[in-house]
Design a binder for this molecule. Structure first.
Ligand code: HEM
Ligand SMILES: *[C@@H]1O[C@H](CO)[C@@H](O)[C@H](O)[C@H]1NC(C)=O
Ligand SMILES: *[C@@H]1O[C@H](CO)[C@@H](O)[C@H](O)[C@H]1NC(C)=O
Ligand SMILES: *[C@@H]1O[C@H](CO)[C@@H](O)[C@H](O)[C@H]1NC(C)=O
Ligand SMILES: *[C@@H]1O[C@H](CO)[C@@H](O)[C@H](O)[C@H]1NC(C)=O
Length: 324
């Protein structure tokens, strides 16, 4: 009997503790928030369409490190090196100014009401829509964290050399399934990779897996093209190649069709063909944009719920770059 009561108390508590985000969270407190974010993301996108890729990736990098708490937005200072200065984020992550300008406009209308974490989640969704991907409602009510540590980034973000089993484990730690991992990887239909990542981190071109050769699973024409764009020893840090050549500013299934053609950019992309389950998902997604869109919408919503702070936890930052 005592055990039964204890169990129900725990069941009750765990329901209470499960963070609740809701669609329309700001409907009365800041009704124009989503319009403002959309306008600012659109402005940024019109100047540089790569901003869309940047914001989708920024939301992912926020959520995988300490949950979706806008820890990615915090600036380093003399006493703390923040997440954004990890080699996984600096200099590649882009779009910070878009979040800043949205935040400034929102603060002018609704003081200390909307979290930076929610602004980023809305901005990622708007980026998907601007690149011709599907619209989805974003549950909101996240609060901003007060901690951002560079040391936590590489512990939590997957690297481009990971295999399917390692990727699955990495996503599972965040409560995401193997199917969601394959679905979210489709975001690599957008944006770019720096040559330094390709040559120094996931070296499939010149020194695949320490063999001093090119990865045999990389399509030879694509390999030759990449070698031209990213010559060995090219280390200027600024040169980059499209993640999905020909459609790098369109959210579509060409990421999956590329993988089927042995044209996945990273080991972590092409590895999806080495496992029967993930390979069949790649084939399914490649064959049906509707299917992938519907899975992608749901997976983005789930990713946006990772370890969120709600209610009275954390804070509503006034400036997304600094703790209040
Ligand atoms: C599955 C594991 C993943 C790995 C190993 C990975 C790794 C990477 C790497 C190494 C880059 C290139 C960075 C550079 O050098 O510029 C990149 C870019 C990108 N990633 Fe991922 N990623 C993964 C999953 C995701 C997910 C889940 C999303 C979003 C839902 C995402 C969105 C993006 C986007 C949009 C870009 C292009 C960014 C830009 O153009 O600014 N990635 N990723
Ligand atoms: C530096 O940043 C940390 C964390 O973001 C913050 O707690 C601290 O107060 C900041 N220090 C200064 C000197 O601004
Ligand atoms: C595919 O990968 C998953 C996750 O690591 C693993 O559980 C499964 O056994 C793998 N399937 C095959 C056929 O290797
Ligand atoms: C990389 O090399 C190791 C050790 O030689 C080997 O066990 C592993 O299967 C290789 N990985 C790939 C992706 O070829
Ligand atoms: C790797 O290959 C290049 C040419 O393909 C050669 O010059 C170099 O000596 C090789 N290095 C090793 C360690 O085998």
């Amino acid at each position: 009997m005592a055990l039964l009561i204890l169990c129900s108390v725990f069941a009750f508590l765990s329901v209470q503790l499960e963070a609740q985000l809701t669609v329309g969270f700001y409907a009365t407190s800041c009704p124009s928030v989503e319009t403002i974010v959309r306008q600012e993301v659109t402005k940024g996108f019109n100047k540089n369409s790569g901003i869309a890729a940047g914001l989708v990736r920024m939301h992912f990098h926020d959520c995988f490190v300490r949950g979706c708490d806008a820890s990615i937005l915090i600036d380093s200072n003399t006493t703390n090196t923040a997440e954004k200065d990890s080699p996984a984020n600096n200099p590649s992550l882009r779009g910070f100014e878009v979040i800043d300008s949205a935040k400034t406009k929102i603060e002018a209308q609704c003081k200390k009401t909307v979290s930076c974490a929610d602004i980023l989640a809305f901005a990622a969704r708007d980026s998907v829509v601007l690149t011709k991907g599907p619209f989805y409602d974003v549950p909101a009510g996240r609060r901003d964290g007060r901690v951002s540590l560079v040391s936590e980034v590489l512990q939590h973000l997957p690297g481009p050399t990971l295999t399917v089993d390692q990727l699955t484990q990495n996503f599972a730690k965040k409560g995401l399934t193997l199917d969601e991992m394959v679905t979210l990887s489709g975001a690599h239909t957008l944006g770019r990779s720096h040559c330094t990542t390709i040559v120094n981190v996931d070296n499939r071109l010149y020194n695949f897996n320490g063999t001093n050769t090119t990865d045999p699973t990389l399509h030879p024409t694509y390999a030759a093209q990449l070698k031209q764009q990213c010559p060995q020893g090219s280390n200027d840090g600024s040169s980059a190649v499209p993640m999905d050549p020909g459609s790098d500013s369109v959210t579509d299934v060409s990421y999956y069709t590329s993988i089927l053609a042995n044209r996945g950019l990273f080991t972590s992309d092409q590895t999806l063909m080495t496992n029967a389950t993930t390979a069949s998902q790649v084939i399914q997604n490649a064959g049906s944009q509707d299917l992938w869109f519907s899975k992608f919408k749901a997976a983005m919503v789930n990713m946006g719920k990772i370890e969120v702070l709600t209610s009275t936890a954390g804070e509503i930052r006034t400036n997304c770059r600094v703790i209040n």
